[in-house]
Design a protein around this ligand. Structure first.
Ligand code: SF4
Ligand code: SF4
Length: 386
């Protein structure tokens, strides 16, 4: 079978010849490790020599390739799909027996043992989910899918989403137990196992007659929207909607009463939601709809947003490096004068919070969902006072 990396052969050769290195400076991994072999160009050089037969895959190569967070910022430097090629290197290294470093591999081991990348017992998730009235409903054309990170690490996000959807009378169902979408496993190169998870989940959705899926984790959203079609033969027709799209619609149509929050806010675009899925406006619309909020932008934002450092398994595999990158992003937010740094992905939320804590930053870290919930609470309390 032809090595799937051949797809990138001509481009990697061209990259070798131009020797420009434009993609290097803003690469998340290069910013942290400051070595060429940790830059996009360094990884593409390895890919080129692997295909030429002048470099053999190895655990050392795997270590450098897995330092990539998959943020996709390098793709904008010259228009070549570096991040896709690097993900393919992770996959091929896994196939060749050089999987991710052991600190990342626990994601795979945990998923094998418990069905979720955190290695948590599924009992607490099942108890929480089956206690929600929506998990009992039979007509599940629209489903709110809760990813493992929110379910096991950021439960408050889930509770806020549920409150908002209920308040706005949005009809939706819930699965009564957790099914990992497979994203964390895919990102560290275990395509076969990710396929298994994806297939299992889609089977559940088909069984329930689901047509639309609301997703609040940007990592899961990107997995569903961009990767599932490559993993599942004959993927049924499903519509994937990010929670910020739902909230934007609810705010625009006046379904939610919003109270004042007089704060300066900046927004961090999660790589999976922004660059990988093209959703930039909706979260900003929601933030700007809150009375009293002033939205300011960081220098590197929108399409050119710097990575928070949590992606590609870095948060699990090299926690200190991920947090250091989170701290860099927090510093960028501080430079805007913002009081709150808001994002819309539980991975970014966790890593920015850890980054802020590591540098003792005063900036508040929040999410679009939590900010909106606070605004709704302020409205409610204001009415009660009046
Ligand atoms: S910007 Fe493109 S051509 Fe230049 S080094 Fe990076 S990958 Fe190669
Ligand atoms: S995807 Fe991000 S971390 Fe990976 S090589 Fe490109 S810029 Fe660097």
């Amino acid at each position: 079978m032809t090595n799937p990396l051949r797809e990138y052969e001509d481009w990697a050769r061209a990259c070798m010849h131009v020797r420009c290195g434009l993609c290097r400076e803003n690469c998340a991994a290069y910013r942290q490790f400051e070595m060429d072999s940790y830059s996009p160009k360094g990884r593409i050089t390895m890919l080129h020599h692997w295909l030429e037969g002048t470099l053999q895959p190895s655990q050392e190569m795997s270590e450098r390739v897995h330092a990539c967070t998959g943020c996709g910022l390098c793709d904008l430097a010259c228009g070549y799909p570096q991040s896709e090629a690097i993900q393919s290197m992770k996959n091929q290294l896994f196939e060749a027996g050089y999987g991710p470093p052991s600190s990342y591999a626990k994601i795979i081991e945990n998923a094998h043992q418990t069905g979720n990348p955190y290695g948590e017992s599924n009992q607490s998730a099942t108890e929480f989910l089956s206690a929600q009235p929506e998990s009992q409903s039979t007509g599940m054309e629209r489903l709110y899918f809760i990813g493992c990170t929110e379910l096991y690490r950021e439960r408050e996000q889930v509770e806020n989403v549920l409150r908002i959807l209920r308040k706005a009378n949005v009809s939706f169902g819930l699965l009564s137990e957790n099914f990992c979408c497979g994203s964390p496993i895919y990102r560290v190169g275990d395509v076969g196992h990710a396929k298994h998870h994806a297939g299992q989940l889609v089977e559940q959705l088909v069984e329930r007659g689901t047509k639309e899926i609301i997703i609040s984790c940007s990592g899961c959203f990107s997995m569903f929207s961009n990767i599932y079609e490559d993993l599942i033969v004959e993927l049924p027709s499903l519509q994937f909607i990010h929670i910020t799209e739902v909230l934007d619609e609810l705010v625009r149509t006046g379904e939610l009463n919003l109270g004042k929050i007089e704060k300066v806010v900046t927004y961090h675009d999660p790589c999976h939601l922004g660059r990988h899925s093209g959703i930039y406006e909706e979260p900003r619309n929601v933030i700007e709809a809150i009375p009293g909020v002033t939205l300011v932008e960081m220098e590197w934002s929108g399409k050119f947003s710097h990575c928070c450092g949590a992606g590609g398994g870095l948060k699990a595999g090299r926690a200190d490096d991920a947090v250091a990158l989170g701290a860099m992003r927090v510093r960028e937010a501080e430079e805007t004068g913002a009081q709150i740094l808001v994002t819309s992905c539980p991975f970014c939320l966790r890593n920015l919070r850890d980054g802020a804590e590591s540098i003792k930053s005063d900036i508040e870290i929040s999410s679009v969902v939590s900010l909106l919930m606070s605004s709704m609470t302020n409205y409610q309390e204001g009415r009660m006072l009046n």
